[in-house]
Ligand binder design. Structure first.
Ligand code: NAI
Length: 648
């Protein structure tokens, strides 16, 4: 029999097991109505003599995926989640959480309140609160170390990464992986006569080895790069292991409420919503993207190989095109190198790498592209080379095949000039390494059709990238801001700041690297050649300090020195006497800002403001996404526009 308590859940009693099915689309988030309904359901089933045990199941695509994003940043309203979890834990009948999709944050905390947790192999569980600048707020940091050893709890809570069910079983986070139908499996599990364990709140925490917390503190701080939440989560876990349950619960809640109001949490919420909005542009709501069954990449260098790897990671068969057999062999070797590297680092199994490689075909003849749905060009950054490639592509490919360029600086309109079917042409600007970096700048020309644009966004989703629409200008959004940032950093050098001082300030702000170390890693020559090209075309490009270094043969780490010196085989930057000598004549002096990082972020935001005013970016939040996902801007700072109040 079925009896509806109240929307968002239904109860169905079968063979003395009550199946509570949450149905709160789209992701069964723990909004107020659901919290209330769960609380009432516990009491109701406790009192129901027909019920011995309870299965908690979710309808739709996932178990409870977490808090309700509509309640983000608002004061919490009762019943509070910790009370709901406590009620489930105190229920007189054992509850079994039956997990599919994701049990994240509050969803996993509910599952921790249940006597048992079972999950489909495809499901994942986790406590990602730190990625929103928070700590778990409903006992996650207190119950977890009573279920698994402190090292596991620290990894789950401070890392914030979801764990797949088989691994979760191994770690002791769940009790069983269900094969086949989840409901049937969970019902059988619930009906099985197994001893009901003591609730986690009544168990003793698993002890930590001596020295554990000191070591954890160091490694968590290193990984957090200035974000506060992971360290605060660690403090909660330590308190939970060392103190009593009620005290640790109160401490966790207090920390949670404090962090909710922090600038870090506000920044991370901003990024969260910006990412959601970017993935689904309102203007493309009613436009169906074209299906991509097979793609080609032209050019197998740094970018082409990376793009091909990204396509293969998403399961899309790829044809890699190079100019001759020798270049093709190199390109295919580049691609294999990416997969081999992933295997070496334990990120990919040998079998998966073989499968990735098997899905790649090589070609030197455009005739091989007659049936592809999408081509991405990544040949030399030379307008004549690119134009020749696109006229050949337009002739060889199906008239409806989408043709994309990965150009960094050239004008996509000029690249596409004269091709047949300009409505299928678009800029898809990837970032290096293209199979890793999340940003994809999507650059339509005035002729690009809505369908082609929608296909660009759909491709980004399939490649798990963050798409940002950019208008046409020199450098689009990201490289244009990068140019301003570097110029501003050089300006500080001219005013007497030091290279290492500026780099340290940006690292202190949360970047992995400062502007000068980053150039040494990537090479100073690419931007130099681009400036020289513009100068040759008669454009007015101011002389830079970087020009002086490149002309002196200092192109970065690969030449043993750039802004810094490097000992052979060592990536550690060392301040360089040579550079000091080369630049001595350029250093004037002048006033330096007290807050170097704040000044440089302000410069980025000022360029962002111009980009916005010109309509190159649609909204300030898009600029933040570009900086975070393409240029290493610390996520917990929300991006340059967020930092400066969006005004630039
Ligand atoms: P690369 O020099 O590593 O690779 C270019 C490849 O294109 C070479 O393998 C070359 O043999 C091949 N190629 C040249 N002409 C060809 C033709 N007619 N047909 C087929 N293949 C041809 O260059 P990289 O760095 O991969 O850059 C490629 C494009 O991506 C450029 O437009 C660049 O501006 C852009 N880009 C580069 C980024 C980077 O960080 N390197 C980032 C984003 C975009």
């Amino acid at each position: 029999m079925t009896l509806t308590v109240e929307q968002p859940l239904a109860i169905d009693i079968q063979d003395r097991v009550a199946v509570v099915t949450i149905d709160n689309p789209p992701v069964n988030a723990l909004g107020l109505a659901l919290r209330q309904a769960l609380l009432e359901t516990v009491a109701r089933l406790d009192a129901d003599a027909r019920v011995d045990s309870v299965v908690l199941l979710c309808a739709g695509r996932t178990f409870i995926a977490g808090a309700d994003v509509n309640e983000f940043g608002k004061p919490p309203a009762p019943p509070h989640l910790p009370d709901v979890v406590a009620a489930i834990e105190a229920a007189r009948k054992p509850w079994v959480a039956a997990i599919h999709g994701s049990a994240l944050g509050g969803g996993f905390e509910i599952a921790l309140g249940c006597a048992f947790r079972v999950a489909l192999a495809s499901a994942s569980v986790g406590l990602p609160e730190v990625t929103l600048g928070l700590v778990p707020g409903a006992g996650g940091t207190v119950r977890l170390p009573r279920l698994v050893p402190p090292a596991v709890a620290v990894e789950i809570v401070t890392g914030g990464k979801p764990v797949k069910a088989p691994k979760a079983l191994e770690l002791g986070l769940i009790d069983a992986v269900i094969e086949g139908d989840l409901r049937d499996g969970a019902l059988a599990f619930a009906a099985g006569k197994r001893p009901v364990p003591a609730p986690l709140s009544a168990r003793a925490p698993l002890p930590a080895e001596p020295g554990f917390w000191e070591a954890a503190e160091k490694s968590v701080a290193r990984a957090a790069r200035g974000a506060a939440a992971p360290g605060r989560a660690l403090v909660c876990l330590k308190r939970a292991v060392e103190g009593d349950f009620a005290d640790a619960m109160a401490f966790e809640r207090e920390t949670f409420l404090e962090l909710r109001a922090s600038p870090e949490a506000a920044a991370l919420r901003h990024v969260f919503f910006a990412e959601r909005a970017a993935a689904r542009p309102a203007s493309l709501k009613n436009v169906a993207p074209r299906e991509i069954r097979r793609a080609a990449v032209v050019g197998g260098g740094t970018m082409g190989a990376g793009i091909a790897a990204a396509l293969r990671d998403a399961g899309i068969p790829v044809t890699l095109v190079e100019r001759d057999g020798e270049a093709l062999d190199r390109g295919l070797a580049n691609l294999r190198g990416i997969f081999d590297g992933a295997v070496r680092r334990g990120r990919l199994s040998e079998a998966a790498a073989a499968e990735r490689t098997a899905g790649v075909a090589g070609a030197t003849d455009y005739a091989a592209l007659a049936e592809v749905d999408l081509v991405i060009e990544a040949v030399f950054e030379e307008i004549s080379v690119k134009r020749a490639v696109f006229s050949a592509l337009a002739a060889a490919c199906r008239p409806d095949a989408i043709l994309a360029t990965n150009t960094s600086y050239l004008d996509p309109r000029a690249i596409a000039e004269g091709i047949a079917g300009p409505e299928r042409f678009i800029g898809l600007h990837f970032f290096s390494p293209a199979n890793v970096m999340k940003l994809l700048e999507i650059v339509p020309t005035p002729a690009t059709s809505a369908e082609t644009l929608a296909t660009g966004f759909a491709l980004a989703a399939r490649l798990r990238k963050v798409p940002v629409r950019a208008g046409i200008c020199d450098g689009f959004i990201g490289n244009r801001i990068l140019k301003r940032y570097r110029a501003a950093a050089e300006d500080l050098l001219r005013r007497g700041a030091t290279i290492e001082g500026i780099d340290a300030a940006m690292r202190g702000f949360g970047f992995a690297m400062g502007p000068f170390e980053a150039q040494d890693l990537g090479g100073l020559d690419i931007a130099f050649l681009q400036r020289e090209g513009a100068r040759a075309r008669g454009e007015d490009v101011p002389a830079t300090l970087g020009d002086i270094l490149v002309r002196a043969g200092r192109k970065g780490q690969k030449t043993g020195g750039g802004w810094y010196d490097y000992a052979p085989g060592d990536r550690k930057p060392r301040p360089s006497e040579t550079v000091a000598g080369l630049l001595a004549g350029e250093i004037g002096g002048g006033e330096l800002p007290a807050d170097i990082a704040g000044h440089l972020v302000g410069e980025m935001a000022a360029e962002g403001g111009a980009i916005l005013a010109e309509g190159i970016a649609g909204q300030a939040a898009d600029i933040d996404l570009v900086e975070i996902h393409g240029y290493g801007f610390p996520r917990h700072r929300g991006g340059p526009m967020f930092q400066t109040g969006g005004k630039g």
